[in-house]
Design a protein around this ligand. Structure first.
Ligand SMILES: O=C(O)c1cccc(O)c1O
Length: 553
């Protein structure tokens, strides 16, 4: 069944996991409980079959659709049956690129039940990213919307298919599936119970924000992820009465799990899929659906904060607004609660694991000046200098962490893992933080070579490699520069090849788009230079590049 996929998957063994003594400790402490996602949904459907689990606006002309817990459970089973009939089973990888619609949850629970691993792509990804995910994981299937945001994913799938020999199925969540099979054709009468995965198995591969030439994949288990959901629910007071509005792309780790759609379903609450994040749309949905909490990246939180005092919609149901994904200025943080009439909860998390929250009952100053503290008493935090020596409390240093829901290694990346983890299993986050005496973290910056564009992470090296593929480009460096709205935007500094065909910024940007790079990774600005500033040892100084205020292009 998995012959083709297996044969094309790189031969490395399974992802590094927790040493036995840690696994035992996490089980004994009650963090890992042996539950799977499939079991979780079954349990909730048994406890309250008729409660609405999911609402979306993915019907004809954006009409409202609902799924009760029993329906979600049954549809996930039916889809699992149909996928199994197509040869998709335990350990197979399936690249899932769906927008904020109910099918997203049907698909991931169907895959969870089969023990097949969703690979969580974002709607913004294009040929470069998707074909890489498919090839690197030896994906057996790729699941897309028909059209979304004016983009035709069927056309993308045609290109992806041509470059990924392992792909056996493209499934389209639309009546018009083009040359492919419609997802709606796959649902079949559930067969007798299959044995599913166990709780210590991998549940999915999440994407790393990354700082390397190609994105890294993050292997998360049922046990560890479910613990992060339970912990998040407790901290964010998510109960069966909660209504979570999923505004950010559903597959992103933040809206998926902090506490996100999966946390809300775990609590027996209701997930409302928001088709787009503008205040006009979201505020109406908050009012009509009685939304109690949601999560936003800072630029969106700013837009909502400005729009809220003038809106005619009633936002009084909203209790908690989580803000995370990028630096949120203290001034902006102070404005959220008064404008939206809710409590601000800052969240500093990463798909690799560790998630920090300010607590609802924290001192108000801590809630606006820090990014919170870890979920678990077993989250180990080290703040160290360049030589891995701990720095005193209050001093900024590199954040290292390990714990019951932080990975011990990326999937199939042994060389990178040597650098990204310490010998004793701490993950080097690449973030620069300082600890307050209360144990809260303040994010002070970043040591990794990444641009955080309003919460969308861009690995400089990935974009540089694409620029270097242009015949006229001799060398390129991509760095962050300040942006009043996004926090940071990207700027490419480019040295052109002597005597080569001259090329302008516009042409280079369209070259990058032509290579199938997601739009958010296309540099906001490209400047042409004769040389790069260097450090004492002759390496390119990105620090100096960041401050080199070059003329706009
Ligand atoms: O990746 C992130 O930025 C992130 C932010 C908030 C919460 C999370 O879980 C995250 O993964």
């Amino acid at each position: 069944m998995t012959d083709t996929a297996e044969a094309l998957t790189a031969p490395a063994g399974p992802a590094p996991t927790w040493p036995a003594e840690f696994a035992e400790r996490y089980r004994a402490a009650g963090w890992w409980r042996g539950q799977t996602f499939g079991g979780m949904l079954r349990e909730r459907a048994g406890a309250h079959p008729g409660r609405v689990a999911v609402v979306d606006f993915g019907g004809p002309d954006g009409s409202r659709r609902t799924w009760t817990y029993a329906e979600l459970d049954r549809r996930a089973d039916a889809l699992a049956t149909g996928l199994a009939a197509r040869g998709i089973g335990h350990g197979d990888k399936v690249v899932v690129q769906l927008p904020n619609v109910g099918e997203f949850l049907e698909v991931v629970f169907a895959l969870f039940r089969l023990g097949a691993l969703p690979v969580f792509a974002l709607p913004a990804h294009r040929l470069s990213e998707i074909s890489y995910f498919c090839r690197f994981t030896g994906a057996a299937a790729y699941i897309v919307p028909g059209e979304h945001g004016g983009y035709d994913y069927r056309a993308l799938a045609t290109q992806v298919l041509a470059s990924c020999p392992s792909l056996r199925h493209v499934l389209v969540a639309s009546d018009d599936a083009g040359p492919f099979e419609a997802l709606s054709e796959v649902y079949a009468r559930p067969a007798p119970r299959r044995t599913g995965p166990s709780a210590s198995d991998l549940a999915f591969l999440q994407l790393s924000g990354g700082s390397t030439g190609v994105p890294k994949l993050i292997p998360r288990t049922h046990d560890d992820y479910l613990y992060s959901l339970r912990g998040s629910n407790e901290i964010c007071a998510v109960t069966e009465d909660s209504v979570y509005l999923c505004v950010l792309p559903a597959a992103h780790n933040f809206p998926l799990s902090s506490p996100g759609s999966l946390g809300t379903l775990h609590a027996g609450g209701r997930v409302v899929m928001c088709p787009q994040p503008s205040p006009d749309t979201a505020f109406r949905i908050i009012q009509d659906e009685g939304v109690t909490l949601t999560g936003l990246v800072p630029p969106l939180a700013l837009v909502w904060t400005e729009a809220a005092p003038r809106t005619a919609y009633d936002l009084s149901s909203l209790q908690v607004l989580l803000v995370g994904g990028a630096t949120f200025s203290e001034e902006a943080a102070r404005r959220v609660a008064p404008a939206l009439g809710c409590t601000l909860q800052q969240v500093f998390g990463m798909a690799e694991g560790l998630v920090n929250y300010t607590r609802l009952d924290d001192d108000p100053e801590l809630r606006v000046t820090t990014q919170g503290r870890p979920i678990s008493p077993d989250d180990e935090i080290l703040v160290v200098d360049d030589e891995d020596r701990p720095v005193p409390v209050g001093t900024t240093g590199h954040l290292l962490t390990r714990g019951p829901y932080t990975i011990r290694g990326y999937w199939n990346a042994p060389e990178h893992n040597e650098r990204a983890f310490t010998e004793d299993g701490f993950y080097r986050t690449g973030d620069l933080v300082r600890l307050t005496p209360s144990g809260h973290l303040v994010v002070e910056g970043r040591a990794k070579d990444q641009i955080n564009r309003g919460g969308e992470k861009i690995a400089a090296e990935e974009v540089e490699n694409h620029l270097l593929a242009h015949a006229s480009v001799h060398d390129a460096n991509v760095v962050a520069e300040p942006d009043p709205y996004l926090g940071e935007r990207s700027c490419a500094h480019v040295i052109l090849r002597d005597g080569a065909e001259p090329v302008g910024a516009m042409a280079l940007k369209s070259f990058l788009r032509g290579r199938g790079l997601a739009a958010y990774k296309i540099p906001d600005r490209i400047v042409f230079v004769d040389a790069f500033p260097t450090t004492g040892v002759g390496k390119v100084s990105k620090k100096d590049l960041r401050t080199a205020a070059a003329p706009s292009a």
